[in-house]
Write a protein that binds this ligand. Structure first.
Ligand SMILES: Cc1ncc(C[n+]2csc(CCOP(=O)(O)OP(=O)(O)O)c2C)c(N)n1
Ligand SMILES: [Mg+2]
Length: 794
């Protein structure tokens, strides 16, 4: 006879613990009062608004109690990621049962009064959301927007060799693109230096109102699919609690032992072959143990169990008794003592201290966060003897700095660079002098820079990169995501969710701040010479600035020294999303390191060396610029004007920190109106050359005094495969258009202006003819240099 994993007593207690969690879950969805059902249930005991998701919850409760058992048995360092995070009642209920919840929220105490509050706060105004939200201890993944659980889990275990993440994947969630690709994460996991992810596919058969694809393919197909992704699936299936407890307990032991064996093979015996990691498929009814039939329709085991199975008894009086029966079916009097405390023999089942999944410090990563060891970014400075000297491409300079960040932190293994196959093409090749791209699949002799362990993570899925990085940051490490500017939009929605997470957690005192999520968007809109229109989209910034000002920062450094200073700042910062847009092509350099540091610290400023309004009361116009290419065109325009219209007094303002433009009341970086007016004047024309869509500048400045005089040029969706300069011409951002714009707005330029304008129009025709014939820009454009005598002042 097969020896059972669970003794009858343990099985009984595990089942009781599961019932307790299920009871708490139903209580959270329904109960306003009478938490222990000490008296018969009445309408007054039921909440008026019934919200929450029952369907996924009993399955997750089942998983949680069994994980508790193996955590204790094997002393596992484990956290729980709830893919279908709408199973909030499960994670809240379980962290309450294990004691973590009351430690963090003393008012939700472990007694009858605490139970009542626990129930009441759920999905209640001023209470907690119905997901594994930031308020829930032990959560690094809210699971509101489905699809990212597995990527987050892998991000959490990179460089965390002792951590195991149990990741519950919804079978509906598994239909999303990000989740579908996340199964491949196992080719990027080093069993020696990383931890392990245990995916538990929650095959409850349904989504909100549909069956799931994975539940309606044959068992053979499902198994082949998961095996094809490189996993060994173990099936736990059924609905009889006793049989299911035994099956789950036995299977969990098998998979934990396999994980340990894989790790030992790699760590002790140096086995480098890619392992086939185990995973579990839990096939149990949706809404398990809930009402079987409601109003004549089957509920348990169908999509109808997804949310609130029994609707409001106030409007359906015949639902009150079934609700009471349902709650009583868990026999609360056997689970909680007279005071409402979980009985000691059950409480005993939960792990202790930080082994409790709600109390594991990895799920409150800021606790574990240590500062990066940083090289001095000034050591990587470009020598700018005079403004306009040639540069090799700003991101190439940054690459050397990042290389040394990677080097200095390799011992602590707490810094990684993520990107979809673009670390090289974004100009960060220097990184590979210090580290490798982590790759645990087969390698071939011609491959470059691959190794089983490394601090660069590349897979051609922006979702995957974003999810990995988020998981890495949420567990207390540092990182950077480098991406083509146009394609970062793929993760717009993931960015949203992360920004929301940061906003909420920043107001939870027990959650420590984590490292910022840093985007480096190289390969930007203006320099897609061979890729063309599909690769031209600077709209990510428009999207980002919708989020809370306390969370987002946007930087457009005009040259390499500024980029170094900005990135140094971003890597040291906490709890932000920093978006940095920089070029990778050879481009003029403007500021010495000393000037760059000042400029970056201020975020916006007058470039005196390019201006000639210093000794007059007010300039005739302000030429503002933001972004590397707009800065180049602005300075070229200024040099034309200073030569041809020498009487004009021009002020050049460069913006590096976009948020400076917003009013101070809207963003902590925002300039006061007074400072803004002193830079941009109250009444002079401002010709503003901007990296992105022009309307963003209007959006940010519409309340400023001089807004009516701001004329913004930027990308207006004109693009194709063409020369770098022609891209600016197509969008009226080029130097000639900028000068013409000025002349139109300054009648005092008189006939001189009119003649100059004619010359510039001719120039634009000449430009078109030239590029059509030679396929490159005019020599005077290619070779243009800022050659005014002025040198910059500090
Ligand atoms: C990306 C995304 N699309 C749609 C939804 C709306 N939604 C919430 S729950 C759900 C069904 C989820 O089904 P499954 O993953 O199987 O979870 P479970 O059955 O465990 O509830 C959907 C479509 C969502 N939350 N996220
Ligand atoms: Mg499902």
């Amino acid at each position: 006879m097969k020896i059972k994993t669970l003794s009858p007593e343990l099985l009984h207690n595990i089942d009781a613990y599961w019932r307790a969690a299920n009871y708490l879950s139903v209580g959270q969805i329904y109960l306003y009062d009478n938490p222990l059902l000490k008296r018969p249930l009445t309408l007054a005991d039921v909440k008026h608004m019934l919200l929450g998701h029952w369907g996924t919850t009993p399955g997750q409760n089942f998983i949680y109690v069994h994980l508790n058992r193996v955590i204790k048995k094997y002393n596992l360092d484990m956290i729980y990621v709830s893919g279908p995070g709408h199973g909030g009642p499960a994670v809240v209920g379980n962290t309450y049962l294990e004691g973590t919840y009351s430690e963090i929220y003393p008012n939700i105490s472990q007694n009858e009064a605490g139970l009542q509050k626990l129930f009441l706060q759920f999905s209640f105004p001023g209470g907690i959301p119905s997901h594994a939200s930031p308020e829930c201890p032990g959560s690094i993944h809210e699971g509101g927007e489905l699809g990212y659980s597995l990527s987050h889990s892998f991000g959490a275990v990179f460089d965390n060799p002792n951590l195991v993440v149990a990741c519950v994947v919804g079978d509906g969630e598994a239909e999303t693109g990000p989740l579908a690709t996340a199964w491949h994460s196992n080719k990027f996991l080093d069993p020696a230096t990383d931890g392990a992810v245990l995916p538990i596919l929650h095959l409850n058969g349904y989504k909100i109102s549909n069956p799931t694809v994975l539940a309606r393919i044959t068992r053979e197909e499902l198994e082949q699919l998961l095996r094809g992704y490189g996993w060994t699936p173990y099936f736990v299936e059924g609905h009889e609690p006793e049989l299911m407890h035994e099956a789950m307990a036995a299977t969990l032991e098998t998979v934990v032992e396999q994980i340990k064996k894989i790790q030992e093979d790699a760590r002790v015996h140096g086995n480098l072959a890619r392992p086939r990691w185990p995973m579990i498929v839990l096939n149990s009814p949706k809404g398990w143990t809930g009402p079987k039939i409601v109003d004549g329709l089957q509920v348990e085991g169908t999509f109808r169990a997804h949310q609130v199975p029994l609707s409001d008894p106030a409007t359906h009086p015949d639902h009150l008794k079934p609700l009471e029966d349902w709650l009583k079916s868990y026999r609360p009097e056997e689970l909680f003592d007279e005071q409402g405390r979980l009985r000691p023999e059950l409480a005993e089942l939960a792990p202790k201290g930080e082994r409790r999944m709600g109390a594991n410090p990895h799920a409150n990563g800021g606790i574990l966060l240590r500062d990066l060891r940083m090289p001095d970014f000034r050591d990587y400075a470009v020598d700018v003897k005079s403004p306009g000297v040639g540069g090799i491409g700003d991101t190439h300079v940054l690459g050397r700095f990042l290389r040394d960040v990677a080097k200095l932190n390799s011992e602590h293994r707490n810094f990684r660079v993520f990107g979809p196959d673009e670390t090289l093409s974004n100009g960060l090749e220097a990184l590979f002098e210090a580290t490798r791209r982590q790759w645990d699949a087969t390698t071939m002799p011609n491959d470059e820079f691959l190794a089983p362990a490394g601090s660069v993570m590349e897979m051609l899925s922006e979702h995957q990169c974003e999810g990995w990085l988020e998981g890495y940051l949420l567990t207390g490490r540092h990182g950077l995501f480098n991406c083509y500017e146009a394609f970062i939009h793929i993760v717009d929605s993931m960015f949203n969710q992360h920004a929301k997470w940061l906003k909420v957690t920043s107001h939870l005192p027990w959650r420590r701040k984590i490292a910022s999520l840093n985007y480096l968007l190289a390969s930007h809109v203006w320099r897609q010479d061979h890729n063309g229109f599909t690769h031209q989209d600077p709209g990510f910034i428009d999207h980002v600035v919708n989020k809370k000002a306390e969370v987002v920062r946007v930087y457009l450094p005009p040259d390499a020294n500024c980029l170094l200073s900005v990135m140094d700042h971003c890597l040291r910062s906490r709890h932000y999303v920093n978006v940095v847009i920089a070029g990778k092509h050879p481009a003029p350099q403007w500021l010495t390191m000393e000037a760059a540091v000042k400029h970056c610290t201020e975020g916006i400023g007058i470039w005196q060396w390019a201006s000639n309004d210093e000794d007059v009361a007010a300039p005739d116009l302000v030429m503002a610029c933001c972004g590397d290419v707009p800065t180049l065109e602005t300075l070229a325009a200024v040099s034309i004007m200073r030569e041809h219209l020498p009487a004009l007094r021009i002020r050049v303002v460069n913006v590096i920190d976009l948020m400076k433009l917003q009013p101070q009341t809207e963003h902590p970086h925002g300039l006061s109106d007074r400072d803004f007016d002193s830079l941009f004047t109250k009444d002079k024309p401002v010709i503003f050359a901007f990296h992105g869509y022009p309307w963003l500048i209007h959006r940010l400045t519409y309340r400023r005094t001089n807004h009516d005089n701001m004329h913004v040029r930027g990308y207006k969706e004109e693009g194709t495969i063409t020369t770098a300069f022609d891209m600016t011409v197509l969008n009226d951002l080029d130097r000639f258009h900028l000068v013409m714009d000025t002349i139109d707005r300054l009648p005092q330029t008189g006939d001189k202006g009119i003649y100059l304008k004619q010359q510039l129009k001719d120039k634009l025709i000449e430009h078109k003819q030239y590029i059509d014939k030679y396929g490159e820009d005019l020599p005077e454009i290619r070779n243009w240099k800022w050659n005014r005598e002025e040198t910059q002042k500090g």
